[in-house]
Write a protein that binds this ligand. Sequence first.
Ligand code: ADP
Length: 184
Amino acid sequence: MANERISVVQGDITLERVDAIVNAANSSLLGGGGVDGAIHRAAGPKLLTECRRIGGCDTGEAVVTGGYRLPAKWVIHTVGPVWHGGGLGEAELLTNCYRNALRLAVENGARTVAFPSISTGAYRYPVDEASRIAIRTVSEFLSVDDTIEEVRFVCFDTHTYSAYQRALEEHLGTQGLPRNSASP
Ligand code: ADP
């Protein structure tokens, strides 16, 4: 079942022991604050060298690099939309982030993938809406993919964690399935 492969935890994504972690990057790929800064600090300078070589990434798209000093083998960098009120295609762009990141995970043979809450920090996407999009898009992807074993949402703070847990519960509810615990 697709939904049984989704989990929500609170923590620091740089510590996750998964095949691939996803970075909420900016379009320059040259690093920044938030989760992007944390991933570059933990991976070490070779990550920036590889990102420079790639040159950049459009909003909604994704690129893959090595994980270097991270426990994860790969970092999948995706660029979330900046929230401008919802009328500039933000929802579709955020959907594309999750879809394209998972597509790259599959192409590289990653079986376990950890996501941060894309766009809900510096890019100001409201977390209730963003978490619903994240859960729905990942669930849809997993329902037609049988190679990925686990997608873990790693939420840094309690507020974000609660929103993702709620979104997962709601999603399970709308599907008429038994309500699992949101954590493994
Ligand atoms: P964006 O620019 O896409 O909004 P941010 O990095 O500013 O990206 O924020 C996205 C989310 O990542 C926020 O919920 C933020 O609290 C969270 N975050 C920051 N550091 C980490 C980390 N080490 N692990 C997981 N999530 C993190």
